[in-house]
Design a protein around this ligand. Sequence first.
Ligand code: BG6
Length: 468
Amino acid sequence: MTVENLDIVIVGATGNLAKRKLLPALYDLEVQGLLPAQGRVIGTARSPYSQEAFRSMAREAIGAEARSAWDDETWAGLAARLKYIQLPDGDLSQLRAELTQAERLIFLAIPPSYFGSTARGLAEQGLVEGTRLLIEKPFGRDLESARDLDRELRSVLDESQIFRIDHYLGKETVQNILVFRFGNAVFERIWNRDAIDHIEITVAESVGMEGRGYFYEEVGALRDIVQNHMLQVLSVLTMEPPASFDAEAIRDEKVKLLRAVQPLDPANIVRGQYTRGMADGREAPAYREEENVAPDSDVETFAAAKIEIENWRWAGVPIYLRTGKRLPFRSTEIEIAFKTVPRTYFEATPVEHVSPNTLTLCIQPEEEITFSFLAKVPGQEINVKQVSMNFSYDSAFSAEPAEAYERLIHDAIEGDRTLFVRADSVERAWEIVQPALDNPPPLGFYVAGSWGPFESDELISPLTWHLR
Ligand code: BG6
């Protein structure tokens, strides 16, 4: 079912997020006939733009970033509903006059410090009823500011009107974790402390600041990736089976899981910052040499942590999180290492050399699932070697997965909140990382293009990171 009547408003329509993600996602939805039949797409920002200039900016952004091939007719359909309005000083009075429908999505593609005042502005214009507000992380910069932001938003809007985006939840492969776990009887039986030795979650990026130094100086890896993307993925991976696949049933289980995650212990955290090195085959500057970064910055571009989930399913299973900029390559993956065999019968391979079974859920850039196990090497003697079974989205399905924003905007149009983050979950995630923000461990340094400071290897000792 597609919603018929809805205006879509992007506040901050000339910024980076709108150009790289939102406008291209709207075009991809138009290609699939998934935009509401009636309603405008209204872009607003502070700067003056003619309708023509705005359309041509949108056209360029879509040409560069959309997933679907360019199609003149589709563009004409989208362009016919595009409208730009300049809203100087965030004054929303003009917006009301341009809306054509009783309901609207309003996407705040603006700095979080303006979320509260924009929500109040909507209330002043009598635009609360019929509005679904989409906001993007970071939701605050610590527990206290997250609570303040929430109070501000909730003084105007009901929780059911707030759609908090963590774009990792929109990724096809993250959603597939639910199907993998709950659509197959076999895995759920071994998804626990009896069978699993440890879990590693890695979000590695090879890029550096890409002109985002100003933003990153305020954030760092713990706030940028651990508090949101990693804890959200972890909760989908380790939550209990929900009572149903309803949004609230799933969101209840996710927050219940986060409540069992112990707040980060600064002794089990490693913070790092990259120095000059090589990245993607080219010389890369140190973080402190990046544009808009203080020459003595203490901000971490790498974070690794060992955490525990204190519940019956997971007690005693260490979970290792690791993320960083300027690591050797881009990869987001989950590695589940099962317990090793209690003894071995293979004389040539002592038990400590028998590799455990592992299940690797690769989220990007390759979208695949790999199970590794031992096999006998052909020959007269019993020699064993690790081999693998692999499922790849590419070869199993001919369709390319939708972009996260495409999925999330579509769900917001439909009013489906499953993949959006609820306030209690945001707050709990801040409670988990807060000790690391209050008492940050000293910074270690790593050469750009390496796997982070050596201290992160000690964290996982005597194991070694799967990706290294
Ligand atoms: C964003 C972070 O939320 O996620 C960025 O602010 C990061 O720093 C990005 O690069 C990673 O997203 P993806 O989808 O490319 O893994």
